[in-house]
Design a protein around this ligand. Structure first.
Ligand SMILES: *Cc1c(COP(=O)(O)O)cnc(C)c1O
Length: 463
């Protein structure tokens, strides 16, 4: 494809995406295709001869769209917000156009330095601890996902503990029963035994970790000759947006010499609004922290922001230097090489889409965006409180509301089934204290009050 052909077809693709975003609200939110339906329509082998580009665009409409669940629909209330936005999509396009590998500073200095500066911007915007800034011993890096951030934090902490003489099989780590499954996966990947992960009980009303249980477990393990080394606190669990007592857990972690990782993947974006920063109380005690701009800050997947207080711990765990990557800039010590901050070697220029998004909306624009959804969710929670057939299944501190029918799981399941069958909105579920709950996650880029109102009518009808 020549640059001239690219120009022509590129315009058609941008038009196609713009048209899609314009009409996304009209599709049934959840895809209706049956398993294998698309497979049966696709040729069994790749084409021998190239094809006209127009064929591709036509197939997007006929083959692909029916198999899409419309995460960008303003009526998507499932799982978590997966925001995309114009500036972010365009930043992604530029990143693909430049096609650079940002693994070392020297493989494209702009990729590293823009990322460093943006991560420092985010420290200011979210009022995160100064210790995370890259002009000290700490620093931030963009990971593909919170799962990777958690794994890197765990590996850094494991390395530190092993260097201090602990044996892998004796290591113990702690997180609430509500922690994201990525922690359990990280434990497996890190080669730690399954029993090394200890689950801390939560308060039955708030689903937040009970710090006194954490402390009891740490002491019990120490008395048994084991080595507590890591604790994860959640700011917004995926299931119910529960917020752990980070300060108390952090103080315990400090006193006991544990690495504190804060998983704010789901709700960290809230801290961009000063009035929502109470959710981040105690975060200055964290050794590492992550949140997902790709969930609720208008940056399309993938973009997880991850910081550490002491980058040398991370680099000691992850740096391996083959001869063919040696270079003067790295050896001078004057630059950061982000390959040492992550699992893969290669890395995308993700900072561009974050940069485009931050500059297009500005901090004020992003605050309005987050605030608007939190206000809608609070209004929705008020409607639930006023409806005798429904109840809140968990506190709704931010933009997630968990709802159940007072008649029990059967009636709650009917709400979920009826709303989703209608196709006008999409909801997912969770189980809290053993009971089914419908999750209403409000945060899509174009969700407005009218969409939330329509959802409320559908839920009431089904109840
Ligand atoms: C979504 C989520 C994750 C995992 O996020 P990925 O970026 O998809 O890996 C981890 N923790 C919490 C609390 C989440 O909500």
């Amino acid at each position: 494809m020549t640059p001239e052909e690219f120009r022509q077809h590129g315009r058609a693709v941008v038009d196609w995406v713009a048209d899609y975003l314009e009409r996304v609200e009209q599709f049934p939110v959840q895809s209706r295709v049956a398993p294998g339906e698309l497979l049966a329509l696709l040729p069994e082998a790749a084409p021998e001869q190239g094809e006209p580009f127009a064929n591709l665009l036509a197939d997007l409409d006929t083959l692909i769209l029916p198999g899409i669940t419309h995460w960008q629909s303003p009526n998507f209330f499932g799982y978590f917000p997966a925001n995309a936005s114009g500036p972010s999509i365009l930043g992604e396009l530029v990143s693909a156009g430049l096609g650079v590998q940002g693994m070392l500073w020297s493989t494209s200095p702009a990729a590293t330095e823009l990322e460093m500066r943006l991560m420092d911007w985010l420290v200011e915007l979210l009022a995160l601890p100064d210790a995370f800034r890259s002009d000290g011993p700490g620093g931030g890096v963009i990971q593909d996902s919170a799962s990777s951030a958690t794994l890197c934090a765990l590996l850094a902490a494991r390395e530190r503990a092993v260097r201090q003489g602990a044996r892998m099989e004796n290591l113990r780590l702690y997180a609430s029963t509500q922690a994201h499954s990525s922690l359990e996966k990280a434990v497996r990947i890190a080669g730690l035994p399954a029993q090394s992960l200890r689950q801390v009980d939560v308060d039955p009303d708030t689903f937040a970790a009970r710090p006194e249980m954490l402390l009891a477990m740490v002491h019990e393990d120490r008395d048994a000759g084991l080595v507590p080394f890591f604790v994860q606190a959640n700011i917004g669990t995926t299931s119910s947006m529960a917020i752990d007592p980070v300060r108390e857990m952090g103080e315990m972690a400090r006193a006991e010499g544990l690495w504190l990782h804060v998983d704010a993947a789901m709700s960290g974006s809230a801290a961009i609004c000063p009035e929502l920063r109470w959710t981040h109380d105690g975060v200055e005690l964290a050794d590492s922290y992550c949140f997902n701009p790709h969930k609720h800050l208008l940056v399309n997947f993938d973009c997880d922001a991850f910081w550490v207080r002491d980058r040398s711990a991370l680099i000691q765990a992850l740096s391996v230097l083959p001869e063919y990557l040696r270079n003067a800039a790295s050896e001078s010590g004057a630059v950061l090489d982000y390959r040492d901050w992550q699992i893969p070697l290669g890395r995308r220029f993700r900072a561009l889409k974050l940069w485009f998004t931050l500059r297009w909306y500005g901090a004020e624009g992003l605050r309005d965006f987050v605030r608007g959804h939190v206000a809608l969710a609070q209004e929705f929670a008020g409607w639930v409180r006023g409806e005798p057939r429904l109840e809140l299944a968990a506190p709704a501190p931010l933009n997630l509301v968990c709802v159940r029918h007072v008649d029990g799981d059967g009636a709650t399941q009917r709400i979920l089934d009826e709303v989703n069958a209608g196709g006008r909105a999409f909801l997912t579920h969770t189980r809290l204290d053993g009971k089914l709950a419908v999750r209403v996650s409000i945060g899509q880029a174009h969700t407005e009050r009218r969409h939330v109102e329509a959802l409320w009518q559908a839920i009431r009808q089904a109840a």
